[in-house]
Structure formats: C-alpha cells, structure tokens
Design a protein around this ligand. Structure first.
Ligand SMILES: [Zn+2]
Ligand SMILES: [Zn+2]
Ligand SMILES: [Zn+2]
Length: 312
C-alpha cells in the first residue's frame, strides 16, 4: 500500500508506504566496501532496477539513472481515495535514483565544474520527462549526503520524486512568486550581509529566515520556472555557484552531511526556480517537531560571513 493521507486537524500530508519498511527491519549499512559491496558501483549494474539513462559511454558511465528499488511512489491510477471524514490519494508517482559518479568515495563537496554541469543537465532532463507523465503535478530532485541526511548508502547519489499533489510549501512559495516577492528578495540580498557569492546569473546567500545553521539558497537573477529555460551558459553559472557553495562548506565545516533540494515550478504555476541546501549539524527536538518552528543556532548573517570569508 502506498497512499498519501491528510491529517484532518493539522492538514499535514503524509505518505504511508510499508514497502520502505525494509530500511528499519534489515539493518542497512551506510558504509560499505567499494566494488562488490556496493550496488551503485560499476560492475554491479545488474543488481539495480533497469537503467533509464546514463551519461558517459556504453562501457564506462559517468552518471546512471534507474528506478528506486524501494520507491516512495509508484505509477498507478492517480485517484482520490479518501472516504467521509478523511482525505487520501493513491501514491501515484515515480522515484528515480541518480548515481552521480562511478567513484565510490567521491564526495559532491569535491565535484568540479564539469561534473556539476553534467549533473544539472541530467536533473533537468529527468524533471522534464517526469512532468510529461499524466497525474504528476510536482517533481522534486533531491540529494541526501551523509548518514545524518537520511541517506542509506554512502556512494554519492541523488533522487527524483514525482508527486501527484503539489506539496504545501511549494504552493506557498508559488503564491509569494506571484507577488514577485522572490525577485524583490534577490534585489535585497544582493546588498545584504547575507550574500556569499554571485556570478553573472546566480546569487548564493544565507536566507533571512534559514532553518538550519549554514543553510544556503541559490537563485537565478531571472524569474525562471525551471532549469529547462536556461541556456547552457547559464547552467554553467549554476554549476559554478554550486561548486563554490561546496568549497565554502568544505573549508568552514570540513566533511558535512547535507540535504539539497531543487525547487522547480509545479505544473502550471508561477515560480522562481532555486536550490536550497540544509547542512545537518543539529538534530531537531520537540519544539521543531511539535510546532514546525525551528531554532537556528547560527544566525544567517554569521553563517554568511564565515562562508564568504572562506572564499577569500
Ligand atoms: Zn559504490
Ligand atoms: Zn522571481
Ligand atoms: Zn524553496
């Protein structure tokens, strides 16, 4: 059973998915030996679900995409299944794994410009492909890096999750974009002490109300909905911004665990594409879980100063 349920009181959406229970039953070892011990390593391609696409050559891949063996959502008839008091929907969607490098121990913190460009092109290609699917209203690309990020395997990989519904936070962001608050914010951050880096197309900054210590957001100056409308030259600028962000993290925080999301426009809605990165340093407690109010122990201004200084 995979279904999306809405809590009648808080209106929070949850995914009920017992297929992923293996993760708790069977102890999954995060750190495994490269090669034979790792299903994402070259030579073990037969152990993953069928390949969707790859970059590189037939014999030597650079990035590999396939469906998650334990998917969050699976394609099915996207219908509402709520009865009476409760709202619920079939967990229709797709969950792809994107292995970012053939090298088992290579960390995204050390990826170069060419690699990030290649990765962004694949993120774009898979996002566009998933939006063509009937009943898909939101596509999220994400990276969980490190054991504190929720990643179950060490070998660098990203995931794509396509949703039948638009998540609440994305709806809210889209609403703010309609009022062009996104573009007004960028203008302000360009002159603020939260600015970390900018190039001709992108701004990297600690967002004013960041939830996590050292959280950063990356926005294009232009109000664009997705990577799909960016030229290769512009995607190069984003690759540079990501590389610089990772460089700053590495120099201030050493080997960090992080979550990264690409926030792309939901189907048919206004939006300002951006990337959010949340380093996982502190654990959440009851205030966060019980009220959705986060306590950030490093101010965005201090975060930005430290990350900015590291780039000097
Ligand atoms: Zn591996
Ligand atoms: Zn905008
Ligand atoms: Zn966002």
């Amino acid at each position: 059973m995979i279904e999306i349920r809405e809590d009648i009181i808080s209106k929070r959406i949850v995914v009920i998915n017992e297929n992923r229970r293996y993760r708790y039953k069977k102890k999954v070892r995060y750190e495994v030996e490269p090669g034979d011990g790792c299903v994402f390593c070259p030579g073990n391609e037969n152990e993953t679900p069928a390949e969707i696409t790859r970059t590189g050559s037939k014999n030597e891949w650079s990035i590999r995409v396939f469906n998650n063996k334990f998917p969050i959502f699976v394609p099915q008839k996207p219908t509402s299944i709520g009865k009476g008091l409760y709202n619920a929907w079939k967990g229709h969607g797709v969950n792809e794994i994107i292995v970012l490098t053939p090298k088992h121990n290579e960390s995204p913190l050390n990826f170069g410009l060419k690699k990030w460009f290649e990765i962004l092109k694949i993120y774009n290609e898979r996002t566009e492909e998933n939006y063509k699917m009937k009943g898909i209203n939101y596509v999220l690309v994400l990276e969980n890096h490190g054991v504190n990020s929720g990643a179950t395997l060490q070998h660098a990989h990203a995931q794509l999750v396509s949703f039948p519904l638009i998540p609440e936070v994305i709806k809210k962001e889209s609403g703010s974009c309609k009022k062009k608050l996104c573009c007004k914010m960028i203008e302000k951050e360009l002159k603020s002490n939260r600015l970390i880096f900018k190039n001709k197309d992108f701004i990297v900054f600690s967002n004013y109300a960041g939830r996590f210590p050292f959280e950063i957001h990356i926005y294009p100056f232009r109000h664009v909905k997705s990577l799909a409308v960016l030229t290769d030259d512009c995607i190069h600028s984003l690759a540079e911004a990501l590389m610089i962000a990772m460089k700053a993290y590495k120099s201030v925080l050493k080997e960090i665990d992080y979550n990264m999301v690409l926030h792309t426009a939901p189907k048919g809605k206004d939006y300002h594409f951006h990337i959010e990165i949340y380093p996982q340093i502190n654990r959440f407690g009851s205030v966060e879980y019980g009220t959705d109010v986060n306590i950030n122990t490093v101010s965005p201004e201090t975060s930005a100063k430290m990350l900015r200084d590291a780039l000097r």
